[in-house]
Design a protein around this ligand. Structure first.
Ligand code: ADP
Length: 448
């Protein structure tokens, strides 16, 4: 096992990794920008080192600063969390070239899945069903129109290098293709520095179902069931649950085994998520995330495992601590993402926390780096807390979420908590009957 690891991240996910490491007797090094000198992850780690000024590009995204921090502190491995450098193949290569272990998959697997066209090609070869659409990148408008005519409208134009819901444009008919194609390309160029796009059939009423997989890098892999993340705003998740209300045990086993086999065949190491749209009983692959997801705690709750501990174990060359038959769904878990944002427009709302009280009690987990008097810096993501509840079944989890939200106090800034109070009153949320498009419509009617 490692003696010491460095966490190349901040906020709640840095704390999450520190907690797992501490339980394993592994020392931790926090890195931070000048804006985060008072942050909770800095206080909680065994050691902390400043890696640069406030902007992420000069600190949490600075490969040289992070590698130097490793050398200075003698950390043997780096946990990247999510976001920042977690899916940057060049970083992983640099880490390994310095003789430091990256806690996650190989640079090759990250590169393969980071390019969505290569990812789809790979999945098709591995027997995973994909959304129908263009055969690879679409070079110009003529080619785009041909794909649209063949697939039938509506279609969605997506960035090959995409992420975070950016570079994605809908064309409802042939007339809308030119605008969709050009705007997806220019958004992709400015967001990712790569204007390549591809086209998919647009699904009208799918759910977003993703399968958690875990591999040991030596040809063994398991699945840990699915999460339903259909409640989305601007293609970004706000509420996630496991198991999926629309997925039965047989369907779970079928899609889970397909995903686990694909990861075993790849020799994939660590945690990964294979994302699908699910419509009329059929799964369509959209992308694979080669890292720990924000919503991983709902899977931990229903499977009774610590995914971060497992990541650290396999990175250190130890065997996985569970087999497929050990992993049985227990109860129901829900996570809500609490952001420092002002409703109804979700405008970022950094500021000072004047009072903070976290909910507790049976089946309640609060992953957050907040504390009384904490000043939220304006430079980073607006996620400030994840509230996760676990119950015997979905109605119990919903009631527990309602109860826990009522206990939570975050004063001094605006947050998205009122959104969840309202959402819990909606019939669709109570019954679990919604598609990926439902929340946008509900927001227009209720928060517009
Ligand atoms: P990103 O990497 O930017 O998150 P994804 O490919 O994972 O992009 O898609 C994000 C979300 O966009 C999906 O969860 C879904 O809501 C929507 N989406 C993506 N592809 C399609 C499609 N073919 N039809 C309908 N909605 C889609």
């Amino acid at each position: 096992m490692f003696r010491k690891i460095l966490i190349a991240n901040r906020g709640e996910i840095a704390l999450r990794v520190i907690r797992a490491a501490r339980e394993m007797g592994v020392e931790t090094v926090a890195v931070h920008s000048t804006a985060d000198a008072d942050a909770m992850h800095v206080r909680m780690a065994d050691e902390a080192i400043c890696i640069g000024p406030a902007p992420g590009t000069d600190s949490y995204l600075s490969m040289s600063a992070i590698l130097s921090a490793c050398e200075i502190t003698g950390a043997e491995a780096i946990h990247p969390g999510y976001g920042f450098l977690s899916e940057n193949a060049a970083f992983v290569q640099a880490v390994e070239d310095h003789g430091i272990k990256f806690i996650g998959p190989s640079a090759e697997h990250i590169r393969m899945m980071g390019d969505k066209i290569t990812a789809k090609d790979t999945m098709i070869k591995l027997g995973v069903p994909c959304v129908p659409g263009s055969d690879g990148g679409v070079p110009d408008l003529d080619a785009a129109l041909k794909v649209g005519d063949a697939a039938g409208y509506p279609v969605i134009v997506k960035a090959t290098a995409g992420g975070g819901g950016r570079g994605m444009k809908l064309a409802k008919s042939r007339d809308e293709m030119e605008i969709a194609f050009r705007s997806a390309r220019s958004e992709a160029k400015s967001a990712f520095g790569n204007d390549e796009v591809y086209i998919e059939k647009y699904l009208g009423r799918p759910r977003h179902i993703e399968v958690q997989i875990f591999g040991d890098g030596r040809g063994r892999a398991v699945h840990l069931g699915e999460r339903d993340c259909s409640l989305q705003r601007r293609h970004q998740k706000v509420f996630e649950e496991a198991p999926g209300p629309s997925i039965d045990a047989e369907t779970r086993a079928r899609i889970g085994e397909t995903c686990a086999k694909a990861c075993a065949d790849l020799g994939y190491e660590g945690a990964g998520t294979i994302e699908f749209l699910y419509e009329d009983g059929e799964f369509f692959f959209i992308e694979m995330n080669t890292r720990l997801q924000v919503e991983h705690p709902v899977t931990e709750a229903i499977m009774g495992v610590d995914l971060v501990r497992e990541q650290i174990r396999v990175a250190a060359g130890e065997p996985m601590s569970f087999r497929q038959e050990d992993l049985q769904v227990q109860g129901h878990a829900i996570e809500v993402r609490i952001n420092a944002e002002k409703l109804p427009n979700f405008a970022p709302c950094p500021g000072t926390i004047t009072q903070y009280h976290a909910p507790g009690g049976l089946g309640v987990r609060m992953d957050s780096a907040l504390y009384d008097g904490y000043r939220i810096p304006p430079y980073y993501d607006s996620l400030i807390a994840k509230l996760i509840v676990h119950g015997r079944d979905r109605p119990e989890a919903l009631a527990r979420l309602n109860r826990a939200l009522g206990e939570l106090i975050v004063d001094g800034i605006d947050t998205t908590v009122p959104l969840f109070h309202e959402l819990l009153k909606a019939d669709a949320v109570q019954t679990g009957d919604y598609t990926i498009h439902w929340l946008e419509g509900w927001l227009d009617q209720n928060m517009g």
